[in-house]
Design a protein around this ligand. Structure first.
Ligand code: TYD
Length: 216
């Protein structure tokens, strides 16, 4: 059985975890089933949020400023792009969402998780047919990669941005942040061992989506 209503899937992991090709692969798989797919990313996805992305990825600032900017970008992204796409019945595939804020600003930079939770409630409350609710992905695919392997993958790649230039310890804390989020919402998450071969990782991604009945 495949769903015809909107579907919201986010993809997470530390820098170098290799999400991109699999997001593209899933987009193709859904399109092959006749589904309309909205491919997007955070921070970003709208003209305003892309401007904020450039600031967040390049300018030095304290962790609270960073958190406020990514949530401001998220608010615009939800209102302008994600909610309308879900209302049309699209499959929304989003490269990172709020778990990244808990992992990077919370885990990596040590910002207060309870304040992030408050911002999450503020920013992601949307009007439902019967009651307001907090928008979360229907599924979050976490590409879990040991920080040391990610560092090897990133070394020698293009010029690193502010986050990619962080030391291995930072990414270990980011991974811990993802783990906490997964433990808090286990049914929303699928954790994939991203140090396997690309084919094996793809099979895991596909199996997770098929297991929910969203792809045949
Ligand atoms: P990324 O998604 O890795 O894009 P690219 O592959 O083009 O580099 O880059 C986004 C960066 O922003 C990544 O290092 C994680 C960071 N980030 C945060 O710190 N907080 C957030 O809330 C989000 C969404 C991303």
């Amino acid at each position: 059985m495949t769903t015809t209503g909107g579907l919201f899937i986010s993809f997470e992991g530390i820098d170098g975890a290799g999400k991109s090709t699999h997001i593209e692969g899933l987009a193709q798989a859904f399109r092959a089933q006749g589904r309309a797919v909205t491919l997007t990313r955070e921070p970003g996805g709208t003209p305003l949020a892309e401007k904020l992305r450039s600031v967040v990825l390049n300018d030095t600032m304290d962790a609270m400023t960073e958190a406020l900017l990514v949530f401001a970008a998220r608010r615009d992204h939800l209102q302008q792009l994600i909610e309308p796409a879900l209302a049309r019945g699209d499959v929304v595939l989003c490269d990172r969402f709020t778990d990244a804020t808990f992992a990077y600003q919370g885990g990596g930079r040590g910002f207060d998780l309870s304040i992030l939770s408050i911002l999450e409630q503020w920013v992601q409350t949307v009007r439902g047919l019967e009651a307001d609710f907090i928008r979360e992905p229907d599924l979050t695919v976490w590409f879990d990669l040991p920080a040391e392997i990610a560092a090897q993958r990133l070394a020698g790649a293009r010029t690193p941005d502010k986050f990619e230039a962080q030391p291995v310890e930072f990414f270990k804390s980011v991974s811990d942040g993802y783990l906490k989020r997964m433990l808090a919402s286990p049914s929303r998450f699928v954790r994939i061992q991203a140090d396997n071969t690309r084919d094996a990782v793809w099979l895991d991604v596909l199996t997770a989506v098929q297991g929910r009945g969203w792809l045949p």
